[in-house]
Each structure stands twice: as structure tokens, then as C-alpha cells.
Design a binder for this molecule. Structure first.
Ligand SMILES: [Zn+2]
Ligand SMILES: [Zn+2]
Length: 452
């Protein structure tokens, strides 16, 4: 049975199917085994052909001179906060998915910790309708595991699935009760839908505002120990194994957590995991900066040894995918002293460029690994991985790896500006995004070559 594509399964504003020629692009799709120069022919929203470079001449196609540019399978983010309903002053479906398109994404999954949380079939239906009116890229929605995210009572998971919820998560909060978690896994057997988990033991994280370690001690701030995360992963992996469930661990931050996922997978648990760009690129040293609130998130930035373990997890596949946990906040919630600042940072517009700059260019990871993991978030939710294989739905990120740009200098597509790398100069930029078969983004300053 083949999985549905992002364009088939998720909701977006209708767009014209693309018919384009990416002339002389460097095409890289590590999973499909494609790494060569090609004329990429896109007809009616599908990849029709990967032809020898410079050989296609077709007046019916709009031609983009892609010599020197890289065509990757577009990225997929299984963890974003679009803030709808209830916090539209931070983000909405239009602005959040425009940010995704600008970042090279062909699809995103929105979290359910909105105001109020997404706990009823009517909530899911309203969001899907809004996405069909305003989403620039195909968008899926999770519903909460517990009613109102209160942790006490399960939602009607079957009804939520029938309404189109892609899966379930109380992200923002852990599922405190093992009994409730077990019941959710039992219902999952009946209705499907991956359960995505924000793993944190509130008894251990307490009032912590950053990673517990030498930096928190030096700054006199309350820390969150890394075992706050890994002990909950171990608990939920055991429950998933016992019930035959399917879980996805969100925003891994600690070495112990990578090890817990690795051990669970080796024991046969159906478990997948994500890591965020900020946890892959930064450590808790960033909290020493004057701009510390920009580096406040949950889970917190951790130690260098944790960052290295996450990178090793990316390499060996323990970390299936990179997810931004794009979390827009208003300035008045971030531009306050560290201890009182809101948790979370934006990331959709910078994920590729930041990791390319911080990990690929210095030689820490290969470009092909980055490309593979940025598109790795679809499969854990039962969707077909974006691919450049001929015959596939066109989901393409066309990137200029040499482009240098300063984050935020031209503003953001997101309504919020709490980017963790604001003001940084990055190398590598998405210039065109094709999502679900249609053109979702063109960088304003990018000349589109000569149309016929
Ligand atoms: Zn979370
Ligand atoms: Zn989140």
C-alpha cells in the first residue's frame, strides 16, 4: 500500500499545477539515489522527466535557468505552531505557511495547543477549511490527546480521525499520567494516527528555565535536567511496546534521550524522533548572550555533548527528521528579562540555511544527510516522503547554496520575528519552492531566467 502524498492528504489553497523546466539543475535526492545534473521537467504538477542537462527545449514550459542551483526534495516539517485559533497576533495559517514556503517546505503539521486547544471534530474541520482558503503549502493538523490538554480525559480520537486529524499531540505539555497515555495507545489501535510526544517530567523540570549544568549554575538560573526528558521517553516507549502503539518523540534535546530512542527502536518499538535546528546548532552557552531571551525554549538548549549526540543520531537514523518547532511569539513576550520570557523560537524560514551554514559548510555533516532529514518528517505521520523520482508529485526546494543573506534584514514572512538566528549572516537560500505540485514561493530578488 502506498502512502498518500502531501498534496493529496493535506489541505492547501488551490494553486495552478506547475509546468516548468528547471534547466541544468544539480539534482540531489539521496533516498531515491539521484545525484546528477539534469533538466528537470515538471508537467501538470508532476515530475515528468529528469533529462540530460541542456537537452530539453519546450515552449510550453516556463523555463528557469537553474545552472548553479540545487534541486532537493522539498522539506517537510512535522512540528509547527500556527497559533490558530486564538493567537493570530503571533501567526496565522496564511503567514505561517508563507514562512514554510519561503523555507523550502512542501508541507507542515500544525500543533493543537491553540486557544482553545484543538479537541473536537468541529475544531479540526474549521482548521482544514481555513487551510483550504489560505495555506500556501499543504497543511495537516493534529488534535489533542486529552480534552482541552487538561491531561485528565481522552478526546474522542476516532471522531477526530474521521474529521481529518492526522494524529494526536498535547505538545506544549507532556502526558503526565501513564494511565492516560496507555489508554491513548489502546484507542490508537482502533483509529490510527501517530501520537507525537512532548517528553518532559514536570516533577523533574519544575520551575526550570534553562538546561541544568555549569552554565545554569554560573548564571544562578533554575535548571531542567536532561533526565526530565529521557525518563519520559523510556516510559512511553515501554507503553508503546506493551500496547503495540506508534509514537513520535518531539524535539529531542539530550544525549540520554537519543540513547532512549535508540534502545527502544532496537527493542522493536514503533518509534520515530525529531530534532530541531536550534538544538543541532546551539548550546546553553547561548543563554550567556545579551539577547538570551531569543534562546529560551522548551526543551532548553543543552550542553555540547548533547548537541553532538543529536548529530550522531541524525547520522545513524535514530533522529528521523529535522523539525523546527516553529513557535512565534509577540515582542512583548520575548523582549523581557530571561526568566519571564516566553518559551520558543521561529525557524521555518531559516532551518535549511542555518544548518547548511553551521553543520554542512564546516564539514560536520554531509549535504545529502541534511536534505534527507529535512524531508524525513512526512513518513512518521503516514505520508509519502517528498521525492524527485520521475512520476512523483512535484515537491521541490530549489536552492542557491552560495547565496549569503542576513536573517531578518528584509523582514519575515512569519508574523513574528523571534528567530533564534536573527541578524546572523547565513549561506544558502531557498529561491523557489514547489509544494503539492504548484509553485508556492519565489524569492523576490531571484531572476527567473528567460521565459519562452
Ligand atoms: Zn514541545
Ligand atoms: Zn512545539
Amino acid at each position: 500500500m502506498s502512502a498518500a502524498t502531501v498534496g493529496e492528504a493535506l489541505d492547501a489553497r488551490p494553486v495552478e499545477s506547475a509546468s516548468l523546466l528547471l534547466r541544468e539543475a544539480t539534482v540531489l535526492d539521496p533516498v531515491a539515489g539521484i545525484d546528477a545534473h539534469h533538466d528537470v521537467v515538471i508537467r501538470d504538477g508532476r515530475i515528468a522527466e529528469l533529462a540530460a542537462p541542456g537537452t530539453v527545449d519546450d515552449d510550453s514550459l516556463e523555463t528557469i535557468d537553474a545552472a548553479g542551483l540545487h534541486a532537493f526534495p522539498a522539506f517537510f516539517d512535522p512540528h509547527v505552531h500556527l497559533r490558530v485559533p486564538g493567537q493570530e497576533h503571533k501567526e496565522d495559517i496564511e503567514t505561517g505557511t508563507r514562512a514554510a514556503a519561503a523555507g523550502g517546505y512542501c508541507g507542515v503539521i500544525a500543533m493543537a495547543n491553540t486557544t482553545p486547544p484543538v479537541s473536537t471534530a468541529a475544531d479540526v474541520e474549521a482548521l482544514r477549511e481555513a487551510a483550504r482558503e489560505g495555506a500556501s503549502v499543504p497543511t495537516g493538523f493534529l488534535a489533542t490527546v486529552t480534552r482541552g490538554m487538561e491531561g485528565a480525559e481522552l478526546t474522542d480520537m476516532s471522531e477526530l480521525r474521521e474529521a481529518g486529524a492526522l494524529g494526536f499531540s498535547d505538545d506544549g505539555l507532556p502526558i503526565r499520567s501513564a494511565r492516560i497515555m496507555r489508554r491513548a495507545l489502546q484507542y490508537q489501535r482502533l483509529c490510527g494516527g501517530t501520537i507525537a510526544l512532548h517528553e518532559e517530567d514536570p516533577e523533574l523540570s519544575g520551575e526550570g528555565v534553562m538546561h541544568e549544568g555549569p552554565v545554569s549554575a554560573a548564571l544562578g538560573l533554575t535548571g531542567v535536567p536532561s533526565v526530565s526528558e529521557s525518563t519520559m521517553i523510556a516510559r512511553d516507549a515501554e507503553l508503546a511496546r506493551y500496547e503495540g502503539g506508534r509514537i513520535h518523540v518531539q524535539h529531542l534535546s539530550a544525549a540520554e534521550s537519543v540513547e532512549a530512542v535508540r534502545a527502544a527502536r532496537a527493542a522493536g518499538v514503533e518509534i520515530s524522533a525529531e530534532a530541531s535546528p536550534h538544538h543541532l546548532c546551539l548550546t546553553d552557552e547561548a543563554v550567556r548572550s545579551l539577547d538570551a531571551s531569543r534562546h529560551k525554549m522548551n526543551p532548553p538548549l543543552r550542553a555540547e555533548s548533547d548537541r553532538e549526540a543529536l548529530i550522531e543520531g541524525l547520522r545513524d537514523g535514530t533522529v528521523d527528521c529535522i523539525a523546527t518547532d516553529h513557535a512565534p511569539h509577540a515582542p512583548e513576550e520575548k523582549e523581557v528579562p530571561f526568566e519571564g520570557a516566553a518559551m520558543g523560537v521561529t525557524g521555518l524560514e531559516t532551518a535549511f540555511a542555518a544548518i547548511h551554514t553551521d553543520l554542512v559548510l564546516p564539514g560536520t555533516i554531509e549535504l545529502s544527510l541534511l536534505v534527507e532529514r529535512l524531508a524525513g518528517g512526512a513518513a512518521p505521520f503516514g505520508l509519502e516522503r517528498p521525492t524527485l523520482a520521475p512520476g512523483s508529485e512535484a515537491n521541490i526546494a530549489l536552492c542557491d547554496l552560495a547565496a549569503e543573506w542576513t536573517v531578518g534584514e528584509d523582514g519575515y514572512e512569519s508574523r513574528s520575528s523571534n528567530s533564534w538566528c536573527a541578524g546572523r549572516e547565513l549561506t544558502g537560500r531557498v529561491v523557489v519552492t514547489i509544494a503539492g505540485g504548484g509553485v508556492a514561493f519565489r524569492l523576490r530578488s531571484f531572476s527567473m531566467g528567460v521565459a519562452s
